[in-house]
Design a protein around this ligand. Structure first.
Ligand SMILES: [Cu+2]
Length: 466
């Protein structure tokens, strides 16, 4: 409280000292860390908005077991979200923490003026620079450090977003979030443990080890997932810091009702994937009609599943079976006809009569549903998909397999001494199919044998995901 008052006093003193050209009322900017966005601007007049932003260099976590020295604006990657109104004057105070090894500055794409403020804001460690600009154009703008070597400062995390609301504001939505993509270049490969130094050569070759949302693998998954309720409208302020890669931003399971193309005035509707250039942005609005996990990805899809560009929006609420039914039935499709099909109720379902049947049916289910990731021979793909062949994780407790299929599996796990920290989506298989596929796996590739029953599957289905 006391500190806050002091800041405001300082801010006002500074403004007076700077001799503001106009007599606009002065206010302190509300800054937020990602994925949060400051509240919409409610005033109908312009203001002189005072922004205090600090550059810091500190160790953070890039992925499970992987550390990195991030350089940032405000201690987060991306940096603090800044929100102003078209016509506002922004008085910008950039402080470089005394512990920094490098000078830093800021180029805001919302600035009309040389270097976007870069030269005026060049700041040595332990110093503060001040400059001011008027936000002439509305839009969602990237800001970034522009100190040489520029690419290196950006690659270490020095970017963020500033929203200049148009005069009349943006249409109201229920939730707003801040999501910004960036690519990272480390001496070690993706997932290689330890404190990883920046790799200039890989950066020049544009050969990214990590492509992530909000600065790290997993910063928007699991407990960090974004949340919403059925019926709500969501707005994502999407940025791309680069330094190199453009993003094909997509949300699996949704269609963007409105896209403010490249963060400007032009609106497109009913969009599946929108391009977010390096050093650019997009605003996407959509309403969520059904519950479930929506998955944000860069649809350059290896980046999503192998380099980290994956985030989640957890939507809770009532199902709407008209909008989305879920799987209604699953029947074996054999154009030649098959002896093992039997008529049961409305749908044709083949029921396993014994363990041998389970293995036979399970193999088909495996090839159709699991092999794409875990590979036809069950050996998985290093760093991406864990093996099911001789998996100690699975063989120790095959119930874990049921849970992975029914509830999905995400977060760090160890399989045969190797760490994985990825996402397996829940699979739409019925209880028989799950019992079959896991019985097949237990009896393949030198696994320990045994059988999974429908009752075991039902029990896990009743438990909550963890
Ligand atoms: Cu910098």
């Amino acid at each position: 409280m006391g500190v806050k008052t002091l800041w405001i006093t300082l801010a006002i003193t500074a403004s007076t000292y700077l001799g503001a050209a106009s007599a606009l009322p002065v206010e302190d900017a509300v800054l937020t860390a990602p994925p949060h966005v400051p509240p919409a601007i409610s005033r109908d007049h312009n203001a002189r908005v005072v922004v205090h932003l600090e550059t810091v260099e500190e160790i953070g976590t890039m992925a499970d077991g992987v550390e990195y020295v991030y350089w940032s604006f405000g201690g987060t990657v991306p940096g603090s979200f800044i929100r102003v109104k078209e016509g506002d004057e922004i008085e910008f105070h950039l402080s470089n923490h005394p512990s920094s090894k490098m000078p830093h500055n800021i180029d805001l794409h919302a600035v009309t003026g040389p270097g976007g403020g870069a030269v005026s804001s060049f700041t040595a460690p332990g110093h503060t620079s001040t400059f001011a600009f008027q936000a002439l154009n509305p839009g969602l703008y990237v800001y970034h450090c522009a100190t040489a070597p520029v690419g290196m400062h950006i690659a270490n995390g020095m970017y963020g977003l500033i929203l200049v609301e148009p005069k009349g504001g943006l249409p109201k939505v229920d939730r707003e979030y801040y999501v910004m993509q960036g690519d990272f270049y480390t001496k070690g490969k993706y997932g290689e443990a330890g404190l990883q130094p920046f790799d200039m050569e890989k950066a020049i070759e544009e050969n990214a080890d990590y492509v992530v949302f909000n600065g790290a693998v997993g910063s928007l998954t699991g407990e960090n997932s974004l949340t919403a309720k059925v019926g709500e409208t969501i707005r994502l302020y999407v940025g791309n810091g680069g330094p190199n890669l453009v993003s094909s931003f997509h949300v699996i399971g949704e269609i963007f009702d409105t896209v403010y193309i490249e963060g400007g005035d032009a609106k497109n509707h009913n969009v599946q994937t929108t391009l977010v250039p390096a050093g650019g942005s997009a605003i996407v609005d959509f309403k969520v009609q059904v519950p479930g996990n929506l998955i944000m990805v860069d649809h350059s899809i290896f980046r999503a599943f192998n380099k980290g560009a994956l985030g989640m929006i957890n939507v809770k609420g009532e199902e709407d079976k008209v909008v989305y039914s879920g799987k209604i039935s699953e029947a074996i499709y054999q154009p030649e006809g098959s002896a093992i099909q039997s008529i049961e109720g409305e749908y044709q379902v083949a029921k396993a009569q014994n363990k041998e049947d389970k293995i036979t049916f399970g193999k088909r289910i495996y090839n159709a549903n699991c092999a794409a990731c875990h590979q036809p021979n069950g050996e998985g793909i290093p760093q991406a998909f864990p093996p099911l062949a001789k998996s100690d994780y699975f063989n120790e407790d095959p119930i874990r397999g049921i849970s992975a299929i029914v509830h999905g599996l995400e977060g760090p796990i160890k399989v045969n001494g190797e760490s994985f920290n990825s996402v397996m989506p829940a699979m739409l298989l019925d209880d028989d199919e799950i019992a079959n596929v896991l019985t097949f796996i237990l009896n393949s590739w030198d696994n320990k044998g045994g059988e999974i029953t429908v009752e075991q599957v039902q029990k896990v289905r009743k438990q909550k995901a963890h």
